[in-house]
Design a binder for this molecule. Sequence first.
Ligand SMILES: *[C@@H]1O[C@H](CO)[C@@H](O)[C@H](O)[C@H]1NC(C)=O
Ligand SMILES: *[C@@H]1O[C@H](CO)[C@@H](O)[C@H](O)[C@H]1NC(C)=O
Ligand SMILES: *[C@@H]1O[C@H](CO)[C@@H](O)[C@H](O)[C@H]1NC(C)=O
Ligand SMILES: *[C@@H]1O[C@H](CO)[C@@H](O)[C@H](O)[C@H]1NC(C)=O
Ligand SMILES: *[C@@H]1O[C@H](CO)[C@@H](O)[C@H](O)[C@H]1NC(C)=O
Ligand SMILES: *[C@@H]1O[C@H](CO)[C@@H](O)[C@H](O)[C@H]1NC(C)=O
Ligand SMILES: *[C@@H]1O[C@H](CO)[C@@H](O)[C@H](O)[C@H]1NC(C)=O
Ligand SMILES: *[C@@H]1O[C@H](CO)[C@@H](O)[C@H](O)[C@H]1NC(C)=O
Length: 456
Amino acid sequence: MTYETIFTRSLNRRLEKKNMGFRALMGCVVVVLFLCVVVKPYIGPLPFLSLEQSITSGLEMFMSTKGGDEPQQSWSSIVHNLTNSRSQVYDMYGDIIRIHGNSSTIFIPSIHQHITNSNWTTKPYARLFDKTAMKRVRKFTIIHQTLENLPHCTRNFTSPAIIFSTGGYAGNNYHDFADVLMPLYSTSQQFSKNVIFLVADFHSYWTYEYKLILDNLSEHHIIDIDKENEVLCFPRLIVGLKANKELSVDRSLQFPPISTANFTNFLRNTYSSERVSVGNECKKTNTRGPRLLIISRNETRHLTNGDKVANMARSMGFEVVVREIGWEKPKVAKFVNSFDVMIGVHGAGLTNMVFLPEKAVLIQIVPFALDSVAKSYYDEPTKDMNLRYLEYKVSLNESSLYGKYPIDSEIYRNPGSMHDKGWLVFKSIYMDNQDVNVDLDRFRITLLKALELVCR
Ligand SMILES: *[C@@H]1O[C@H](CO)[C@@H](O)[C@H](O)[C@H]1NC(C)=O
Ligand SMILES: *[C@@H]1O[C@H](CO)[C@@H](O)[C@H](O)[C@H]1NC(C)=O
Ligand SMILES: *[C@@H]1O[C@H](CO)[C@@H](O)[C@H](O)[C@H]1NC(C)=O
Ligand SMILES: *[C@@H]1O[C@H](CO)[C@@H](O)[C@H](O)[C@H]1NC(C)=O
Ligand SMILES: *[C@@H]1O[C@H](CO)[C@@H](O)[C@H](O)[C@H]1NC(C)=O
Ligand SMILES: *[C@@H]1O[C@H](CO)[C@@H](O)[C@H](O)[C@H]1NC(C)=O
Ligand SMILES: *[C@@H]1O[C@H](CO)[C@@H](O)[C@H](O)[C@H]1NC(C)=O
Ligand SMILES: *[C@@H]1O[C@H](CO)[C@@H](O)[C@H](O)[C@H]1NC(C)=O
């Protein structure tokens, strides 16, 4: 997992501010599109609208075709640029969009000579700001072509399609959800399963792992687009997945609106998880205590006194299970859903909170110097999932980093300066070589709060 987010956050904020103006512009574009689509039958061919050339050219075309004779060839396409700082997304429709998978080329029919030479590239993976991830994503070239230069359709589809990549960091539990599955839900939910998934950087283990989710989002066979040597033709093609923040559903431009809670609810339906919300177990007499899952990590960021934490929790009335979470999603989903409280040191295992019932409590143990990533990756997303969040910040004397370096080391005094030396330096010091041994007296206070939350 990487955390280049830290470096790019302020940049993102700046970009988002810029986007406000961009959104206003988009509003105008939507109005123009509406006019064109609705009024089209009465006025002749649709203009091509690239967002670059944008509104004015769209209006010009609209005006210029209004009184004129009907051209013989009445066809054109619209490209909707939904790109933000997190993801490049192009939504194309109007005329038949063609894709030749093996050469990663998408063809947009165009009647306008002046744009027929314009083309651009895009990578359909929602972590645009992370160079390492994006290097592992297949690049697609999008080309405007006049009719005579378009390749011949060898397979015609009547449903829309979405292209996305399972390269990047896919295969890591966190990134599977944050970069692929939640953005895929945001992008595909509007089609009520009548949508075709074209997967780039295809891995059969990955589509197998998430088969139930994919089957519940699309009723069509998945196409391994890298291998495809035919020219596939679609009435509408979306390249890339919509995303706007970590581990969340992008609700922009969705109607009716959807939320992250819709996604976790979708997961519970998909995996037939029984518990929608935490009940009131503790109040009933002669019944079990609240169930507590401690996610263990063997290799890095190990909770050294996990056994003692487990025993203390048991003595407080919790029913405790300590487990390293495996891979078979249907089993994991049901298992995690049976808990009321989940504890773990910051890391991909915490992603399993997507399977918890609503109102469950997530306790994140935040190792020394990892506050910022802890917040954006797991703290903030809990709010949209209707979970409760508690945090246990590890102080230096509970960290295995203590005593490892001279007492006045920059590593203790100024972790930010390690960022400046590069992500890999930071990662190696604080992520890959830090275990934690929590202060039991202090941790008890956090557990008591959790108990109060689930038993209230
Ligand atoms: C799409 O929008 C993004 C962000 O505004 C911009 O950087 C990019 O150049 C646009 N793409 C095209 C093909 O115009
Ligand atoms: C894409 O456009 C560039 C410059 O506009 C041109 O040199 C290049 O040949 C084009 N590529 C294709 C595949 O049309
Ligand atoms: C697909 O449709 C186009 C035009 O709509 C037609 O020319 C072409 O023959 C069709 N291809 C197949 C394989 O049916
Ligand atoms: C796709 O193209 C590559 C070369 O770019 C080639 O090696 C490969 O065999 C092609 N795959 C198929 C299924 O045609
Ligand atoms: C999303 O959740 C809201 C509120 O619970 C609900 O009204 C809506 O139907 C849900 N939408 C979908 C697509 O599940
Ligand atoms: C997903 O699949 C499950 C089980 O197959 C089904 O009960 C549920 O209604 C499906 N949900 C959606 C949104 O299709
Ligand atoms: C983690 O540790 C447990 C018990 O110490 C062991 O059973 C398990 O195989 C380990 N897992 C890995 C991936 O090393
Ligand atoms: C550990 O450090 C915290 C503050 O950083 C302090 O309150 C606590 O007493 C220390 N514990 C020990 C055992 O030194």
